[in-house]
Write a protein that binds this ligand. Structure first.
Ligand code: NAD
Length: 373
């Protein structure tokens, strides 16, 4: 099997997780092609060199353009702030690389379309970093739905709420600025719950949204204060193309919530509930159980659920956040070597972007709007 050479751009919060995932994947999934950590790029030479040494990349650079055009790189993994995704991904695709890009796909619909078009033209594989979709428990939920075990879907209720920006003393960062982040909580966190909604209940057709900026100004490192340019929280009610209804919210100021990515999916014959703070559990209710014995049953992740056994042969011992990233990487490498689309690729992530875009348009106009309209 031909070795797949990895180039990683950005070694911050999620770059760390990506580096660990690409480093571990070969040992965990020996049937996949071997991986070589070829090059790491960061904003300057020194940071890149330090990170490359830490994670075991063969080379480093302070110039990401060198990485995307390097003949010794097959996959470009992008773990930089949102405003850089489009330029970096398009350059990598035009150089014939496979691209693993962090979420959200882009700053806005124009950029997201440009990226999806570039991916179509390149014909290489793409994936967007919606790591939570690769949880074996979410795959199980999708199978239960696909087998019709909870009947016809009638409602999806979900949220992604955290409190990482609750403290008004937290300094202004790129996440507060439209030019660098695009939308706020809806893009950063809402896109994850939208990815769950889309994967479990199908595309969202129309919605009515409201947004709010709870902390209007933040202190700037070095003195003074700056206006926060995007929303701290957003919520919408929705209609799926299937006719099911939905209620979705996202917040980065949800006091007490650390990783509140949760949903309940209601069908005519059952329901499924999940909470990322207990990511090894799926709760399933089946209406056909005998009266008096009905209730949500908790299924614990174990080796019967594809992906889990790579980490541990025993059920209930639990996998974690970086393990989900490693499952995402394994899925991507498998898509590359089998020549099939990874999930979610740029085309699918464009649908999530269209939902966030519709939510912003709806909040602005204070009306129901069609997604993609
Ligand atoms: N999938 C997830 O669960 C998840 C979690 C966190 C962040 N993210 C996404 O990952 C992306 C990065 O977020 P983060 O929290 O890791 O940010 P971060 O600020 O912690 O890290 C960003 C990194 O990019 C580097 N960088 C900035 N400009 C660069 C340039 N021009 N060339 C090369 N490197 C450059 C920075 O030096 C830094 O190392 C964002 O799009 C974010 O939405 C995804």
């Amino acid at each position: 099997m031909r070795t797949i050479n990895i180039g990683l751009i950005g070694a911050g919060y999620i770059g760390h997780s990506m580096a660990l995932a690409y480093r571990a994947v070969g040992a965990l999934f020996p049937d996949l092609p071997p991986v070589r950590l070829a090059m790491l790029a960061d904003a300057n030479e020194a940071t890149a060199a330090k990170a490359a040494q830490r994670y075991g990349f063969a080379a480093s650079t302070g110039d990401w353009r060198r990485l995307v055009t390097d003949k010794g790189v097959d996959v470009v993994a992008i773990a930089t702030p949102n405003h850089l995704h489009c330029e970096m991904a398009v350059a990598a695709l035009e150089a014939g690389k496979h691209v693993h890009c962090e979420k959200p796909l882009a700053l806005d619909m124009d950029e997201a379309r440009k990226m999806a078009d570039a991916a179509r033209r390149a014909g290489t594989r793409t994936i967007v970093g919606y790591n939570y979709l690769h949880n074996p428990m979410i795959r199980l939920a999708r199978e239960i739905v696909a087998r019709g075990e909870i009947g016809r879907l009638v409602h999806f209720r979900g949220f992604h709420e955290e409190d990482y920006m609750s403290d008004p003393a937290l300094p202004f960062s790129w996440r507060c600025e439209r030019e660098f982040a695009g939308a706020g909580a809806l893009a950063d966190l809402g896109s994850h719950i939208v990815s769950f909604a889309d994967a479990l209940a199908g595309p969202i057709a129309e919605l009515s949204a409201d947004i709010a900026t709870v902390v209007p100004e933040r202190p700037v490192a070095g003195g003074g204060r700056r206006k926060v340019e995007n929303e701290d929280q957003g919520q919408f009610i929705a209609r799926f193309a299937s006719g099911a209804t939905g209620a979705i919210s996202a917040s980065r100021v949800a006091t007490g919530r650390k990783m509140g990515l949760a949903f309940e999916l209601v069908g005519t014959e059952g329901a499924i509930a999940f909470d990322q703070e207990r990511l090894n559990e799926l709760r399933v209710y089946r209406a056909k159980e005998a009266a008096g014995a009905r209730g949500f049953a908790t299924i614990l992740a174990g080796p019967e659920h594809p992906g889990y056994a790579a980490f541990c042969p025993a059920p209930g011992h639990q996998i974690g956040f970086t393990d989900l990233k490693t499952l995402e990487v394994a899925h991507f490498l498998s898509a590359i070597c089998n020549g099939r689309a990874a999930e979610p690729d740029f085309a699918t992530a464009l649908r999530y972007e269209a939902v966030i875009d519709a939510a912003l348009r709806s909040a602005e106009s204070r009306r129901w709007v069609r997604v993609g309209g």
